[in-house]
Design a binder for this molecule. Structure first.
Ligand SMILES: Cc1cc2nc3c(=O)[nH]c(=O)nc-3n(C[C@H](O)[C@H](O)[C@H](O)COP(=O)(O)O)c2cc1C
Length: 214
């Protein structure tokens, strides 16, 4: 865990959202936005990081993408400053979108290690975004994030959202907000001063405080 992410009493948890769709009217962005509202209900400071604003390049493995594209550094910085991240993706060909994979490839342990991550997905078809969510869960684990079990998949998203981003299904909306609430709560638990004190005690504790068994 990084010490610069510690939350002292009275400080706000910071949760950012990233949508893996660049579409102007994107249901994924709408779903992430609703999840962020849930985090806000738990007093988190929330921010949508719209990948269209970052002018990213392809990750080519050279390690100098940030020198060629300042947007890469800005995105890394914004995620580094967060305690938790809501990742959203459309289902694309049975997985999550390449746009989001590229953004994640441009980042790594430094941005995601020890962060709490919540996942939401949308699909055009009736099968939902479960493949996207499962693949995202694996990739998020690979960059050492803690992915909460709760997740939301919205099948036939075109049939559920209006153009203003409102869902016609309050139960689905509530589940999205719950992802945000849980990310905010677990981010606090994971990064708070009290949690750190607990961890320090944990590490100092005797292996067997009750003494060796006969
Ligand atoms: C390249 C591509 C692949 C897609 N693959 C799937 C798919 O495998 N299953 C599905 O249900 N919908 C699929 N869709 C439909 C999208 O999931 C759907 O349009 C979704 O609303 C897109 O998200 P957005 O509204 O945030 O842009 C695909 C769309 C595109 C452009």
């Amino acid at each position: 865990m990084k010490t610069n992410q510690d939350i002292k009493q009275g400080e706000q948890v910071v949760i950012v959202g990233i949508s893996g769709s660049l579409r102007e009217v994107s249901y994924t962005r709408m779903a992430v936005q609703i999840a962020l509202e849930g985090a806000q209900e738990r007093d988190a400071a929330v921010k949508m990081l719209d990948l269209r604003d970052y002018d990213l390049v392809f990750c080519d493995g050279s390690g100098d993408e940030g020198e060629r594209a300042p947007g890469v550094l800005r995105l890394r910085q914004a995620v580094s400053e967060a305690h938790g991240v809501i990742l959203g993706s459309p289902e694309y060909h049975g997985s999550f979108s390449g746009v989001l994979k590229n953004a994640l490839d441009l980042m790594g342990f430094d941005q995601f290690g020890g962060k709490i991550v919540g996942l939401v997905g949308v699909s055009g078809g009736s099968m939902g975004a479960v493949n996207a969510l499962n693949d995202l869960r694996r990739v998020a684990r690979w960059v050492h994030a803690w992915v909460i079990p709760q997740q939301v998949s919205i099948p036939e998203a075109w049939n559920h959202f209006d153009d203003e981003g409102r869902l016609d299904d309050e139960e689905l909306a509530e589940r999205l907000r719950e992802v945000g609430r849980q990310v905010a709560r677990f981010a606090y638990l994971h990064h708070s001063e009290q949690a750190r004190q607990f961890m320090a005690l944990w590490e100092q504790a005797l292996a067997n405080p009750g003494g060796d068994l006969e």
